[in-house]
Design a protein around this ligand. Structure first.
Ligand code: MLC
Ligand code: AMP
Length: 491
């Protein structure tokens, strides 16, 4: 199914229904589905006038705002490919994605010009929008299929260099349909969207569930703890998706406000990082709701979910979603018995078509139609609940954002006087994990200067929260750094 076929019961079938409430500098604005359909027809015409056609990539470097939704819809209508980018990325990170995806242009705000690589074309989102205002409201006639790529979403491998997961119309549609059925989402729902739209949690789950059901959306620029309670009280959502860090922050709500908010919400979902069992229980006490935890990833969208009815078991992610096959396999690819740890392999209409122009990486990740997730887990022999147990790689997940230590380590060792560097996770009560650096360097090196320099190179969440000077890195006989021993060096 193409995304337009999925969206049309809302865009056209519920054209007069209220669709969206979004805040901008002028205040809160509201739109019907028909108005959004018309806006994106006009923007599609503006894109086309600037040369965008089917299969072309257009990068979006935008915070959550109305125009992100317009651009997504317009690009889908044109059969073009959206390349959402994390707004926290700096020039080096953006440069890699832009050079790899080779978009026609990057839609953003003019203040980001200095972050784009030489030769990249910047389209000012506001100019584009005013240009679209004067154009005809006519949907482009483009043939869209299940396999038509909809987005390249960049995600890093163990190499630290981000690769574009090619997510098709069929992938997004299958994921949306699975969530709508598993989580009973209907047109009656009111969804409070605080997750960034540049990652699949916000874009693949939130936006697609909204458009697939024609429910109501309130889009916030980003999650802000100090505003979150007011949003819940003012908007009265029935549906909320968040990363564990958001739930930890919500636990600070006064009990009476928490109870009243919980009474109005139908479903709270958590994912992107492990939800500590204690947070789930404390949230249940405070808000009167058991958070539903699920498991997904950029390349596969959602795979496994706790049940809507039935036990939402703390520390587990539940059962495979409808249409998704999950197997737990050993290092040689053989299935392991229930109760035994292994790597999760996934197959289904939700799994991406491969990595953009990376046949090597695609071949390494896919075996006989199965995608190797790199996540480790175990299935309960009695009732099939899956528990995640960590990852094959040493990726750090902080506040739901992924950090590849190798990327940061390689940058650190480019600094004069830094001989070796290792970056490892430190547990953190709010963000789950935070990165910490262990550096072997000359006495003359000023670690504060190293940190300041790094802050200009990478997104803020990747900058280690502590820099420790160490004599040497602990290594195995084969020379591999033993990351689990690093914390012991400085305690
Ligand atoms: C944080 N910052 C943001 C931001 N989140 N800026 C813009 N947009 C966002 N979404 C900036 C802040 O301005 C600040 O910058 C710094 O980051 C830290 O902010 P904070 O308020 O102290 O952050 P914190 O309280 O830690 O909360 C952060 C958070 C954020 C939870 C709001 O981490 C977040 O939005 N996480 C969601 C990540 C996500 O969507 N992951 C899904 C990946 S898909 P400064 O300059 O002041 O330091 C995936 C698959 C799956 O994993 O299964 O879902
Ligand atoms: P990303 O590459 O940003 O899409 O991150 C995907 C990764 O997030 C997965 O491979 C998992 O390691 C992790 N993840 C997602 N959901 C959960 C969860 N509920 N519990 C633990 N880890 C999760």
């Amino acid at each position: 199914m193409s995304l337009l076929a999925l969206y049309d019961p809302a865009l056209r079938g519920r054209a007069d229904a209220s669709a969206l409430e979004v805040e901008d500098v002028t205040g809160v604005r509201t739109f019907t589905f028909g108005a959004l359909d018309a806006r994106s027809d006009r923007l599609a015409a503006a894109f086309r006038a600037r040369g965008v056609g089917a299969g072309d990539r257009v990068a979006l470097l935008l915070a959550n705002r109305l125009e992100f939704l317009d651009a997504w819809l317009a690009l889908m209508k044109l059969g073009a490919i959206a390349v959402p980018m994390n707004v926290l990325y700096k020039g080096r990170e953006i440069g890699h994605i832009v050079n790899d995806a080779a978009p026609v242009a990057v839609v953003t705000t003019p203040d980001r010009a200095a972050d784009l690589p030489v030769g990249a074309v910047l389209w000012d989102v506001d100019t584009l929008t005013s240009e679209a205002d004067g154009l005809a409201t006519q949907r482009p006639t483009v043939s869209l299929e299940e396999g038509t790529p909809a987005a390249l979403v960049y995600t890093s491998g163990t190499t630290g260099l981000a690769k574009g997961a090619v997510l098709t119309h069929g992938n997004f549609a299958a994921n949306a349909r699975a969530l709508v059925s598993a989580w009973r989402i209907t047109a009656e729902d009111r969804y409070l969207a605080v997750l960034p739209l540049f990652h699949v949690h916000g874009l693949g789950n939130g936006i697609q569930s909204w458009l697939a059901t024609g429910c109501h959306l309130r889009l916030a620029t980003r999650f802000r703890q100090e505003a979150a309670l007011d949003w819940f009280e003012g908007y009265r959502p029935t549906l909320f998706f968040g990363v564990p860090t958001m739930y930890v922050r919500l636990l600070e709500a006064p009990i009476d406000r928490a109870r009243a908010i919980g009474a109005g919400v139908r479903l709270f979902v958590s994912g992107s990082a492990p939800l500590p069992a204690q947070v789930l229980e404390e949230f249940a006490d405070r808000f009167g709701h058991r958070i539903l935890e699920r498991y997904g990833m950029t390349e596969t969208l959602m795979n496994v979910s706790n049940p809507y009815d039935g036990e939402r078991r703390a520390g587990t992610v539940g059962h495979p979603l409808p249409g998704v096959d999950v197997e737990i396999r050993d290092a040689s690819g053989g299935a392991v018995p229930d109760g035994t740890s292994g790597e999760l392999w996934v197959r289904g209409p939700n799994v991406c078509a491969g990595y953009w122009q990376r046949p090597d990486a695609t071949a390494a990740a896919f075996v006989d139609g199965w995608f190797r997730t790199g996540d480790l887990g175990v299935r309960d022999a009695a009732d099939g609940y899956i528990t995640l147990q960590g990852r094959r790689s040493d990726v750090i997940i902080s506040g739901g954002f992924n950090i590849y230590p190798r990327e940061v380590e390689e940058l650190l060792t480019t600094m004069p006087g830094v001989r070796e560097a290792a970056v490892a996770a430190r547990p953190d009560a709010v963000r789950g994990e935070v990165p910490v650096a262990y550096v072997v360097c000359d006495d003359a090196v000023d670690l504060a200067e190293v940190e300041a320099w790094l802050r200009e190179q990478v997104a803020s969440f990747k900058v280690p929260r502590a820099f420790h000077r160490v004599m040497a890195l602990p290594r195995t006989a084969l020379g591999k750094v033993q990351k689990h021993l690093l914390a012991g060096l400085v305690s």
